[in-house]
Ligand binder design. Structure first.
Ligand code: DGT
Ligand code: CA
Ligand code: CA
Ligand code: ZN
Length: 579
């Protein structure tokens, strides 16, 4: 791991603080340098050890910035940045998470009102103090009050992509512990929700204290918030982890209970009640001969508790994957034996949305093909960004270059160990037009079209119009949402699904953990309307092929079976879809 991302973040903080002081021009050059440092293929700390000249060879990094980078790598801090932080002691990231509040507003409100935190910002808006500040009015207050809650929630929930690796680490640690008989994640992380409040972990053990100690003493645990004899709460790698230890013979009932969702559990419980059964975290109990079923937790004859399968079976239901447990009809389906046979990560054979260094990806065409082959894919579509709305800073590829790139891809494909499709990611403008000339699109194997700008209001009409374009094959990240930072367009997934089915377009589940777009309920509605789904990682670098599992589990939350997913088909099957 190079330190490029870390140093880019430092440069961005610099830019924010300069912006807040209304310094002109400089912030823009810091941001540009940050982008280039982040994408630079060599580790920046190695360049820094060679001196400012070496760092200065990175595009957009001039003398002033390169000497700050060297200062940071050598001393761990930058004097000028420390001074800026002292002048403006604001929680910049927290405050700018409020939509419509940028660094300049933060600077102004600090100067005038001393606002440093989200709570203070909200209070100032509520007390109508902001309208008194020069350049601001009641509209700003209104905007802050309507967006502050979203920003607060966004900060409290971790992205699945951040939490899941922590969960994997906790489980690996607990599995090594002799005292642990069985363990699993529960709660929203087990259901693969796009964001999670915490990572719930359940363990079965006769020696709970040893299990608690294993977590509190884990190498990645940063802070112990609570440690009892049967449970613990810690902060590990930036995520809250909640551990519960239960007796081995009650493990299944506890797992079922703590997996949730709450709505699912309520429906299960009601189903059980109708059969004179009581379900809780200790088991399923027959209360038919019991005077007061609420007299205690373990009242009546215990029918099941050791495994989840027996718990569901005792209520007359089939076991179901956790992704389904959102009260979207799964309880009835489990009772009727009509649960879907969900798609699995191993079913996916190829990747249909990726970027090379022709646009904003890291790798060359050959490098990307190689990485896809190493990941185990049978085929790969290369879909660099076209120019158009939402593509800033020269990221997109012009039509002429796209023609040229298609030739280069075909040459590379001739020697490739896997099948390679030529392609593009075109932009959908506010009216639903697509940013690339029809004849260029017609010459490519696969066209992804995605919205990248104007991402508010209802986007359904605009997206349907793009779907109806004869050259479009995949509708990329349809809503354009960015988890924890922007909500994206509203969409009617049923209408998108109908249009997609009619026009032979696949709707994407973008597996990037910042997006997960479409999401579970939307996938379900679209698939019910007849649509085919494509689970794509949108990889910009080799490590991002690993995002696949987040996309597949998101599709599973939408009840998708392998047959509903385009890229579970073999090469011939995909070609047939594209023709
Ligand atoms: P999160 O953490 O906000 O992403 O969502 P969950 O679903 O993980 O919720 P959490 O961590 O509060 O609780 C884990 C599970 O425990 C939840 O999915 C269902 C169960 N549970 C917790 N509290 C209650 C409750 O008051 N009633 C019921 N029926 N179930 C509960
Ligand atoms: Ca949870
Ligand atoms: Ca919890
Ligand atoms: Zn893309």
């Amino acid at each position: 791991m190079s330190r490029n991302a870390e140093i880019a973040a430092i440069l961005e903080e610099f830019a924010d603080l300069l912006d807040a002081q209304r310094v002109e021009y400089k912030p823009r050059s810091y941001r540009r340098a940050a982008d280039n440092v982040r994408e630079h293929p060599e580790p920046i700390e190695e360049l820094a050890s060679e001196g400012t000249d070496a760092v200065g060879r990175i595009e957009g990094v001039g003398d002033a910035i390169s000497s700050k980078i060297v200062e940071y790598v050598e001393t761990g801090s930058i004097e000028e940045l420390e001074a800026l932080r002292e002048e403006l002691p604001v929680a910049m990231e927290e405050l700018t998470a409020v939509e419509g509040v940028g660094p300049k507003t933060v600077g102004d409100l600090y100067e005038a009102l001393g606002v440093t935190t989200l709570d203070e910002l909200e209070e100032a808006a509520r007390n109508e103090e902001i309208r008194e500040v020069k350049g601001y009015g009641p509209k700003t207050e209104e905007n802050i009050l309507s967006n502050v809650e979203f920003a607060r929630e966004a900060r409290e929930r971790a992205l699945l992509g951040q939490a899941r690796p922590v969960a994997d680490g906790v489980l690996a640690r607990l599995e090594r512990e002799d005292a642990v008989e069985r363990c699993a994640v529960a709660g929203s992380i087990r259901r693969w929700r796009p964001t999670v409040g915490d990572v719930d972990v359940l363990a079965a053990s006769e020696d709970p204290e040893a299990v608690v100690e294993a977590l509190t003493g884990w190498g990645r645990t940063e802070r112990v918030m609570q440690a009892g004899t049967m449970k613990a709460s810690v902060r590990a790698a930036g995520v809250q982890v909640d551990l519960r230890v239960v007796a081995p013979d009650e493990y299944g009932a506890a797992l079922q209970y703590f997996t949730g969702s709450k709505d699912h559990n309520v429906r299960v419980r009601n189903r059980a009640l109708a059969q004179d059964l009581k379900v809780n975290e200790y088991g399923v109990f027959d209360t038919s001969g019991v005077d007061d079923p609420d007299a205690g937790q373990r009242v009546g004859e215990r029918l099941a508790s050791e495994t989840e399968e027996t718990v569901y079976d005792a209520i007359g239901m089939a076991w179901m994957p956790p992704e389904l447990r959102e009260d979207r009809g799964e309880v009835d389906a489990a009772a009727e034996g009509t649960l879907p046979d969900l798609v699995e990560t191993i079913d996916v054979r190829g990747e249909l949305h990726t970027h090379t260094n022709w646009s904003d990806g890291d790798l060359s065409i050959e490098g990307l093909i190689d990485a896809a082959a190493r990941f185990g894919h049978e085929y790969l579509a290369i879909t660099d960004h076209a120019t158009g709305p939402g593509m800033v800073g020269g990221v997109g590829v012009e039509d002429d270059e796209l023609r040229e790139q298609a030739e280069v891809i075909r040459d590379a494909a001739a020697d490739a160990p896997i099948e390679v499709f030529t392609g593009v990611e075109a932009n959908i403008d506010a009216d639903g037009n697509v940013s690339v000339a029809d004849d260029v699109l017609a010459d490519l194997d696969l066209v992804v079209a995605s919205p990248h700008s104007g991402l508010d209001g209802d986007g359904t009409d605009r997206l349907v119009r793009a779907i109806e374009h004869p050259e479009i094959d995949v509708l990329g990240h349809p809503s354009g949402r960015m988890l924890n930072s922007r909500s994206g367009m509203e969409i009617d997934p049923r209408r998108l699904g109908e249009a997609a089915a009619e026009n032979d377009v696949a709707l994407e589940v973008n597996a990037n953990p910042h997006r997960l777009d479409l999401w579970g309920s939307a996938v379900k509605a679209a698939v019910e309307a007849g649509a085919i789904i494509a689970v794509n990682t949108d990889a910009h670098r080799p490590s991002e092929f690993d995002y696949l599992r987040y996309g597949v589990h998101t599709a599973r939350r939408g009840w998708a079976e392998a047959g509903d997913v385009l890229n579970t088909r073999d090469v011939a099957g995909v070609r047939a879809f594209l023709e």
